[in-house]
Design a protein. Structure first.
Length: 283
């Protein structure tokens, strides 16, 4: 059932994110969605009032990734030119622009709650940015103190591709919910594999072979499941650390997006013209 629909004329919505809400007081009145568009604008929508509350333009080019900080007080956005903007959803002001990935489109932005003492740097939150050139930056931030410090910089090798970046599999990374201080990376490389990188040890600590290069990635927040989508219309569900796998078909094209629900009991996947809902039993 379609509940709410927002329409922006003459612009393509490239990415969106739900505002995280506290467990207490969850309700429609608290629900907001932020969306990034092809003209470089960001629009903040209220679900309960079915209206746009804020419009801002921190980018001069199309957005490619967007995320909220874990407390919902900051919006992180990445553009096709590789710039990452830090903005306030309250004032619409751009607080900071990071140019470390300049020149390569941002593919992923993700935040996770971490204390600064875990890594000897100041900040109550970790976040990562991934770009199409197979680079991942990890940051420690304290938004209230306007502090943002680069914690780690990863660059994954790959053979020379016959095509441009647009024809290569995407570079994707995500923090691992069940292995603290670890992130998972998939992308075009020497081997078809998922890499587990330890932020503490500063090295890859585990590799899982894949049948193809991944086109989408999601890690369950509730169980040790990892979902990987492929351009060959296959969805693979992996149980870690045993690497036990199960492949599923049913998509009409490349599985370009997969997302676990916060409960971990459901998985959403999307291909060209279909969105599939999977129920995980026995997890």
């Amino acid at each position: 059932e379609l509940v709410v629909q927002f329409q922006v004329l003459n612009q393509s919505c490239q990415c969106l994110a739900w505002k995280p809400c506290p467990l207490v007081g969850w309700g429609a009145e608290n629900q907001h969605v932020v969306a990034g568009y092809s003209d470089g604008t960001i629009r903040l929508f209220s679900i309960s009032r079915t209206e746009m509350e804020l419009k801002m333009q921190p980018h001069a080019v199309a957005l490619t990734a967007i995320a909220y900080s874990t407390d919902g007080e900051i919006i992180l956005s990445g553009g096709k030119d590789g710039l990452v903007a830090i903005s306030s959803p309250h004032t619409g002001m751009t607080l900071r622009v990071l140019a470390e990935h300049k020149g390569s489109p941002i593919t992923v932005l993700q935040c996770t709650r971490k204390q600064y003492r875990d890594f000897g740097v100041e900040g109550g939150e970790l976040w990562l940015a991934t770009s199409s050139d197979r680079r991942v930056s990890v940051w420690a931030s304290d938004w209230l103190k306007d502090k943002c410090e680069l914690l780690d910089w990863l660059s994954f090798p790959a053979p020379a591709g016959p095509e441009g970046l647009g024809g290569l599999p995407p570079s994707l990374a995500a923090f691992c919910p069940w292995e603290p201080s670890t992130l998972v990376y998939v992308g075009f490389g020497v081997q078809k594999e998922a890499l587990f990188y330890s932020l503490r040890k500063k090295q890859v600590v585990k590799k899982i072979s894949l049948p193809y290069f991944a086109t989408s990635l999601s890690l369950s927040p509730a169980a040790r499941f990892m979902a990987v989508g492929f351009g060959e219309r296959i969805l693979r569900l992996l149980l870690c650390p045993t690497s036990e796998v199960q492949d599923y078909t049913g998509h009409d094209d490349a599985v370009h997006l997969c997302r676990f629900a916060p409960s971990g009991r459901c998985l959403f996947t999307a291909s060209h013209s279909a969105v599939l809902l999977w129920e995980l039993t026995g997890s």
